[in-house]
Ligand binder design. Sequence first.
Ligand code: MG
Length: 382
Amino acid sequence: MEKTISILGSTGSIGTNAIQVVHALGKEYQIDYLSANTNADKLIEQALTLRPKAVCIADEPYADKVTAALQSESIEVFSGRDGLLELASQKADVVLNGLVGSSGMEPTLAAIESGIDVALSNKESLVMAGKLIQEAKAKSGSKIFPVDSEHSAIWQCLTGETMDDVKKLILTGSGGPFRERDVKTFSTITADEALDHPNWEMGKKITIDSATMMNKGLEVIEAHWLFNVNADDIEIIIHPQSIVHSMVEFSDGSVKAQLGVPDMKIPIQYALTYPHHAPSNWESLDLLTNSELTFHAPDFERFPCIQLAYDALKNGGTYPAVLNVANEEAVYRFLDGSISFTDIPRIIESACASHEYSDDPGLDLILQIERWTKEFVVNFRP
Ligand code: MG
């Protein structure tokens, strides 16, 4: 039977990889919906090739251009924030959420509330609103299939196991480009240096998150919500080669790991073909040319974002949402050159400490907190 797919963020790094995966999987997989934020030209090109039922351009000023290009092609065009939520709710077997940052949260909720399964790359959804998403899942019966490579690894390691037997989750991380740089020079790190990741080709936001290691911190929170494991039982191990994608340790001391080349097409494909590992032509792992696999403890002094994320998870309530939005806005300020690399954790810490805490926020409060935090970061004088 044909499987229908919506791709949110189709012009980004995850989206374009997902289109390649679906194309390679063949006729049994059909892309029915696509969304992009601002890249109208690429969205139009994708639509003319893939012939979806509808597309959404989230950035309103581009709506006329996309409509003009697709109206005679019988491809419906949605636009804006509301259009994106409407597109995310359209009937499909799975919504692949490859959106960047906190803007991915509401589309995840919209898909789940509509009873659609979500292949989730947008970890910020769970960081912002993990509890709400779990509640919505329980109501609608939708599932989340992790796309993030570490969580895909853990998911695969947990296949056939019961959570009662799990002692801890071990998230691996490459350590990013500054693993060995003199920490005294961190305040002079430029955006170009931070954007140069040693192993993974990714979008800008996640590449900076990898350089600060906030990405790993967000992944701890993501793992907590995906697998219902406490912060104290989620460990981070630095593994510069990015071959072991993560591990699970069981009560008897047995450890399972999942390995592969660092290529997002593999976890994307598994999220779409689960519970099967479908044949593919992606590069396969050669352990003889990757024979050195090393592991180190994470450096919490060098990368304060990791501790900030653990603290936000332990404090709970509105903390993770503030952490996430403050990080996102600080990353954009670092990219535009208005703050330094070392200001990123300072701003996040300050936002978390200054916000008005609530222990069980609903969607409205989370959106309100999002606006407050954005303003806090924009006005922050380093
Ligand atoms: Mg990851």
